[in-house]
Structure formats: C-alpha cells, structure tokens
Design a protein around this ligand. Structure first.
Ligand code: FES
Length: 128
C-alpha cells in the first residue's frame, strides 16, 4: 500500500458504536467497518469464501461470522479463523452432485484489511 494514497471518508464515528459493524461503499469498494472497544477496523465486506455479505453476519469481539456458511475472520488482521462450509441438508444434497464436489473445493481466503484514520468525527480509510 502506498503512503501517498489519500484517505477517503467512510462514515461518521457515531454510525459505528462500540461492538457494532457497518457496511459502507468507498470508491467502489464494499467495506466493513467494525468498532472493537472504540477502535475502528476496516476489511472487505465480502466473505473470503463465496462473497457472502459479512455486514449481515454476527460480531463477537474481534470475530465476524459470515451469515451464509459460517466462516469466521479476525477483523483486526483479516485472517481466516474458520473455513466456510455447507452444512446439514444442503451439504448432503450438494455432495451427491458434481457441483457439490466443486463446492467442497472452494477455499476460504483471508480478508483484505484497510488502514483506518479517525479525524474528528469522520472515519477515513486508505484505498489504493
Ligand atoms: S460465503 Fe461466507 S462462509 Fe460461505
């Protein structure tokens, strides 16, 4: 990431209270803002498994869980903590088909993280 890239306005700090997350679009990127005990983190909003919307998932501490197949990521690093996986009936049905086998081969990638700056009440992130 280049140090010369400017920060872009993403949201007001009041939009993301501690313990919450918010979806924003910044310069065409889908970004997830997360407030962990007053510190703001920014990652891609799309899950590293199959692009599920993480902002519609759940947050516990620094861990966001995808609403689709329950992959988990650490929002402070973007690292995958648990791979996404089809479960229950869906997996049983899919695993009997060719596409089910393909689905099992889908890996979960780490999330991209973005540098965050808070200037007065405005959350800014650096997009390169
Ligand atoms: S799309 Fe997120 S776990 Fe599958």
């Amino acid at each position: 990431m280049s140090d010369t890239m400017p920060f872009a306005d993403a949201a007001q700090i009041s939009d993301v209270p501690p313990g919450s997350m918010k979806y924003v679009e910044v310069q065409g990127r889908e970004i997830l803002l997360v407030n962990v005990e007053g510190k703001i983190y920014a990652t891609d909003n799309r899950c590293g498994h199959m692009n599920g919307p993480l902002s519609m998932g759940t947050l516990q501490g620094t861990v966001v869980e995808c609403p689709l197949h329950h992959a988990r990521f650490d929002v402070t690093t973007g690292k995958t903590l648990k791979e996404g996986h089809l479960g229950g009936v869906a997996h049983a049905v899919m695993s009997t088909t060719k596409s089910g086998g393909i689905m099992d081969m889908v890996k979960t990638h780490d999330l991209r993280t973005y540098e965050v700056s808070v200037d007065h009440d405005i959350i800014k992130i650096r997009i390169d």
